[in-house]
Design a protein around this ligand. Sequence first.
Ligand SMILES: Cc1cc2nc3c(=O)[nH]c(=O)nc-3n(C[C@H](O)[C@H](O)[C@H](O)COP(=O)(O)OP(=O)(O)OC[C@H]3O[C@@H](n4cnc5c(N)ncnc54)[C@H](O)[C@@H]3O)c2cc1C
Length: 355
Amino acid sequence: MKSLVILGGGYGGIRMLQRLLPNELPDDVSITLIDRVPYHCLKTEFYALAAGTISDQHVRVPFPDHPRLKIKYAEITSVNLEEQEVHLKDGETVKYDELVIGLGCEDKYHNVPGAKEFTYSIQTIAKSRATYQTLNNLPAGSSVAIVGAGLSGVELASELSESRSDLKIKLFDRGNHILSSFSERLSTYIENWFDTHHVEIINNANITRVEEGILYNHDEPVSVDAIVWTAGIQANKIVRDLPGEKDKMGRAVISPRHHLPDYENVFILGDCASLPHAPSAQLAEGQAEQIVQVLTMRWKGQEPPESFPPIKLKGILGSLGKKQGFGLLAERPITGRVARLLKSGILWMYKHHNG
Ligand SMILES: Cc1cc2nc3c(=O)[nH]c(=O)nc-3n(C[C@H](O)[C@H](O)[C@H](O)COP(=O)(O)OP(=O)(O)OC[C@H]3O[C@@H](n4cnc5c(N)ncnc54)[C@H](O)[C@@H]3O)c2cc1C
């Protein structure tokens, strides 16, 4: 039997299983999925888990149950490409013939002293739970700083302001306009929403240091009761530690067939892979489809295409609490209730297909 090992049951890993398990798996190939948590996590909803507006169960989907799939729940500590081994924290070693690494991303702290130690995170389900506990246990009128006004910072700030309207929320933004990569109209719409909901936006921020309950903006101390970091991501450490070229986000540079240039049997998936797009769940899923093609063609003894067409992305949708939203669909900006309904609908469909 040949062994295909998939590290990470996130959006990319799950899409691979969905495509391979029904009928694409030859009789002489077995699949092992390794993940630290015993369910597929809907990471795109972690902001709502942290804000306390949805329950833990809402962001979990069971892994598929299939006779050809073995699932191991374990913390992966490293990969040895030469020996074709995955090392687990409990000391076990898992051998592979083909490997897919889809371990997602981690916070990037940009060498800001104290940021890692004194801020909360929404990058894993365990960290989002810890953030939820802290934010929701704060006494009335407490202040919360959210550092980074990208999509996840904006979604967290808006959701939290609806969840705890008594909190004083400060959203620190590096630019002079929130989500400045979007159109002026979208940025203004989001800023107006925050204005109406009493979320303070601090533009042109530069966080230089963090201490317990203190944030230094341009070296000026700002006292707050809790700080959440949403100011950047990098590839999972397992991938950053692999030999070979990485991009600025620590994502592994890959071949057009999505494998490491020197290891044709090691594919890098989703947030771990250096692709010409910002990391997203859609991107991880699109890439998974192409990796499945490479694998299935090879298993049939065929030569996979030298390269693939660019992965088509449908757009971006963000929420502003439970009733309003914003986004870009086919390059066109949308705002308001329709955007929010679309986002909820997509989540519902995803859970329906995977649950
Ligand atoms: C708040 C927020 C909102 C977002 N909104 C959107 C959105 O609207 N649309 C969109 O497309 N994208 C969105 N994203 C980005 C999206 O969540 C990621 O791009 C996507 O999850 C990447 O998928 P992946 O398969 O690469 O990794 P992930 O989905 O992160 O999966 C990684 C898996 O690896 C496991 N893992 C990691 N390390 C280890 C280890 N050492 N040992 C064992 N298991 C491990 C994890 O448990 C997890 O199951 C959002 C992200 C956040 C944080």
